[in-house]
Design a binder for this molecule. Sequence first.
Ligand code: SF4
Ligand code: ZN
Length: 306
Amino acid sequence: MHPDVPVCSLCTEPAVVYQRSLNLHLCGTHFTADVEQRVADTIKTRQMIVPHDRVAVALSGGKDSTALLLLLHHLLPLWEDVRLIAITIDEGITGYREETIQSAEQLTSWLGIEHHCMSFSSLFGNSLDTFLKGRETQACSICGIMRKKVLVVGAQQARATKLATGHNLDDEAQSVLMNVLRGDLPRLVRNSSRESSGKFIPRIKPLSRISEKDIATYLMLKDAWSELPECPYTRYAVRLEVRTMLSGFEYKHPGTMLHLLESKEKIERIGKDSVISEPLRSCPECGDPCSGDLCQMCLLRQLLDR
Ligand code: SF4
Ligand code: ZN
């Protein structure tokens, strides 16, 4: 081995990754084992999966959801009688979705996982591209609300008991900061697993403590990395600015993103019974969970009908 190549801090193999926040050099085997262990710990600590669960995994075919499905499939032996089902949404975004849907199909058939595809057109009567004409700057807010609705319908149809999404540490830290910047305290303290009450399917985020960079490295080491096109509406996302700012902070001060997520979790615990935590009730129009007078989807329907 070249004398300049660092050695894994846990064995004698060459290191492929330096974990700045832990000050550890790791080889491929120890890095993938570390990611798998951290995901298993997150699931266990927050009791995200329990025996006999049917877990619907939101699989876009992109990096995060591909890693999520691979990881959950790998960890399946940890739980008794747990089944995975993948749900892919076709929003109707020209030149973007075709490749990711194909990649989702290949992955599920390789892993032998039941796969359901659902489209905006079949549920809402039109593609996202059509809905967004003249409203491009609101793309991600509109798309996000519609996707959430399709996922819930898909998970209900698949008789799932949990709905897993591939949100990673960067996504979670960005959301915390965006809610703070918007002054949206109720959303900051809202815990999606609260939606487990009654007929709502609890949403779980098993990758919430794994950074985007670690997910990319994991996929490369698992030979599951592929370069896919980016959504053409990404350029309108406010999130992009927050993302750039946070990445800079994380680079200079390793651990920043995890600290933000932990702060949110602490506030969530303190705020759960306080007045800032708006009670969750059923939307009078459609019965979905909502904290205002109408759920986000019913409000959006009114906006799109105008
Ligand atoms: Fe939807 Fe925005 Fe994601 Fe594109 S980038 S798929 S518009 S949420
Ligand atoms: Zn509603």
